[in-house]
Ligand binder design. Structure first.
Ligand code: TRP
Length: 455
């Protein structure tokens, strides 16, 4: 017999945990970069549209599937729609494993940078030699060590369960993350030339708008909101009957978007305020986040001694609240399938994922055979291959499946009762899930087939 299903200890518990899942490297790293590549202004508007008409409706759909079924992604679809739909849940589980494998590696870099900054804050900043970061990437033992450290951190939280682990961590981590980010943006605003950066991000410029931005925004909204693989189904399955799903989903979407926009504002300010920076980081946000920022903190920004380690602590916190949601999808799949104890499932899935992570960690130059794996054109290495597979195929497939399932197959009457929305809002939601979301994701898949890359 398995234990009765766990539930969040409070309404805010779900919102914080789901927001913690959503806010991650995607917000701090990918979003500013995509906004920068799209020259700011018009991209924000497109992103807001994608989040409102694609992200929010699909988020509501995923949460309601989970809460209705009271089962994790792997079983919720089968329970509500029959065996064939169960495949959708298992594709999601696969996607969670794939993303977790490489996400843990990148998350590990934040621990490395945190350690480095603590050293600099105590002993004084020493500018790293050129190529130091690539050397770190190609250092197999170090990559394995930091990936293992982050995997351990993730499993340690998951080990403590839904409300005692996930909820408790998010309860203090999310407010802390907000406070730090706001403080950082506030400090950056005092730099000369800061306002030019803010203006560049916030002034809509129709001339620079590219239609492809619509698809990029949709793909980013999906990844950033943790949609497409059943993470929200799983978290939603721990939601109590009396909580309002649309309200919770709206709060999560707003929190996630605010963090993305704050992170982009910070990056734009720095890029405009620091001469020469824009040229140096072009094309690489990895460089921006892990190499350029520490230097900026210690040489240009008042209070950098404190802010630099604080910033990487923030990245690590944002990352761990995301990795635990990916891990929870796997754990819940195992416990819901075999009824085994949660602590055993945590260890088993943690070890299994680490096998994948190790391959990704060694694919950045350490082991040539892994660094040269090329399944997709132009994507060499296990890490890029996994990212490409998930962002371009697995997440869009999961998203289109969920919206078609919820919009057309799962009784509209049932969701009407569950969501308890006033009629006009319900109809907007229903048709967004029925038509807007599948159409947008379909366009994205076509673009992928034609060679576009959203990873
Ligand atoms: N949303 C997280 C980010 O922005 C990543 C993430 C966590 C995720 N769980 C997910 C992405 C589930 C897709 C699906 O970094």
């Amino acid at each position: 017999m398995s234990a009765p299903r766990a539930h969040w200890g409070s309404r805010i518990g779900f919102v914080l945990a789901a927001a913690g899942s959503a806010v991650g490297l995607g917000n701090l790293w990918k979003f500013p970069y995509i906004a920068w590549n799209n020259q700011g202004g018009s991209f924000l508007i497109v992103y807001f549209l994608a989040v409102t008409f694609l992200g929010l409706p699909v988020m509501i759909a995923e949460i309601s599937v989970g809460r209705r079924a009271q089962l994790s992604a792997a079983h919720a679809y089968a329970a509500l729609g029959g065996r064939a739909w169960g495949v959708l849940g298992w594709v999601g589980v696969l996607a969670a494993g794939v993303i977790q494998s490489y996400y843990l590696v990148i998350a590990g870099w934040s621990l490395h940078s945190l350690g480095e900054c603590l050293g600099w804050s105590v002993g004084g900043y020493v500018s790293p030699v050129d190529g130091a970061f690539s050397a770190f990437l190609a250092n197999g033992p170090l990559q394995l060590a930091f990936t293992a450290a982050f995997s351990f951190l993730t499993s340690a939280v998951l080990f403590r369960g839904v409300s005692g682990g996930i909820e408790l961590l998010n309860r203090w981590a999310m407010p802390l993350l907000f406070a730090l980010l706001i403080y950082l943006v506030g400090t950056a605003l005092t730099l000369d030339g800061a306002l030019a950066g803010v203006a560049a991000l916030w002034t809509p410029q129709i001339q620079t708008f590219r239609p492809a931005a619509l698809l990029e925004a949709s793909g980013q909204a999906f990844f950033s909101l943790s949609l497409g693989l059943g993470a929200m189904v799983t978290y939603g399955s721990y939601l109590k009957r009396e909580d309002s799903i649309p309200r919770a989903a709206l709060a999560v979407v707003i929190l996630d978007t605010v963090v993305a926009v704050l992170a982009a504002t910070l990056m734009f300010i720095l890029l405009y305020a620091i001469p020469g920076l824009a040229e140096r980081v072009s094309g690489s946000t990895v460089g921006m986040l892990f190499v350029t920022l520490p230097e900026l903190f210690y040489t240009k920004i008042p209070g950098g001694i404190v802010l630099a380690p604080a910033f990487f602590a923030l990245v690590a916190i944002a990352a761990v609240t995301s990795t635990i949601s990916l891990g929870e999808v796997l754990i819940a799949a195992v416990t819901d399938t075999w009824g085994i104890r949660r602590d055993y499932a945590t260890v088993a899935t943690g070890v299994a994922v680490f096998a994948g992570s190790a391959l990704a960690a060694l694919s950045l130059g350490a082991v040539p055979a892994l660094s040269e794996v090329a399944v997709f054109a132009g994507k060499a290495g296990v890490l890029s291959t996994l990212d490409h597979l998930a962002s371009n195929y697995l997440l869009p497939l999961g998203g289109i499946g969920t919206s078609i399932f919820v919009g057309w197959f799962w009784a509209a009457k049932d969701s009407r009762i569950q969501l308890a929305l006033p009629s006009p809002l319900f109809l907007i939601w229903l048709w967004s899930v029925r038509v807007v979301a599948p159409a947008a994701i379909f366009a994205l898949l076509i673009a992928v087939a034609l060679g576009k890359d959203f990873s």
